[in-house]
Design a protein around this ligand. Structure first.
Ligand SMILES: [Fe+2]
Ligand SMILES: [Fe+2]
Length: 163
């Protein structure tokens, strides 16, 4: 997909970074059947990085979409799309919180079998929901934005990224 505007390119690059991270989560947290002594450490390190990224870059990305981009789409008659994606953000924010709670419990219990099962469950939900959200945005949001933006509005909204 060739993207003309910075705001769409910012979203696309961040989506690709999130998908790469989800791939790692799948490898370490879901597929990892390893019983080696450092398997818990690897999972622990990944969870720290995952939580930092979700609570930092990913929540900032949601805010950027909701505050700077969806209002622009609404002005352009695409308000329903922004509303649907905002509802998905709400559910995803709850999944992030759930993951935080499970990760805290797992760390406190030294990654017992039970806490690993909870981590696997919440990671599977995270992967499924966030991947599907990103796919939807790549398919519907980016073309809608490319349609709605102008060089002026693009400069304006891109400057609000991470403010
Ligand atoms: Fe997005
Ligand atoms: Fe989004």
């Amino acid at each position: 997909m060739s993207l003309q505007y910075s705001a769409s390119r910012i979203l696309h690059d961040e989506h690709m970074a999130s998908l790469a991270l989800l791939g790692e989560v799948e490898r370490v947290a879901l597929a990892g059947k390893s019983t080696s002594s450092n398997a818990g450490e690897e999972l622990g390190r990944l969870l720290v990085r995952l939580r930092r990224t979700l609570d930092g870059e990913v929540l900032a990305h949601f805010d950027f979409e909701e505050q700077a981009l969806f209002p622009l789409l609404a002005e352009f008659g695409d308000g329903d799309l922004g509303q649907l994606l905002t509802e998905e953000h709400l559910v995803l924010r709850e999944v992030f919180e759930d993951l935080g709670r499970c990760a805290d419990n797992a760390a406190a219990s030294g990654f017992s079998d039970e806490s690993r099962t909870s981590i696997r469950r919440v990671c599977a939900e995270l992967i499924e929901r966030l991947q599907s959200h990103i796919e939807k945005e790549e398919r519907a949001l980016l073309p809608a934005l490319e349609n709605a933006l102008t060089p002026e509005t693009d400069a304006e909204v891109s400057a609000r990224h991470y403010i």
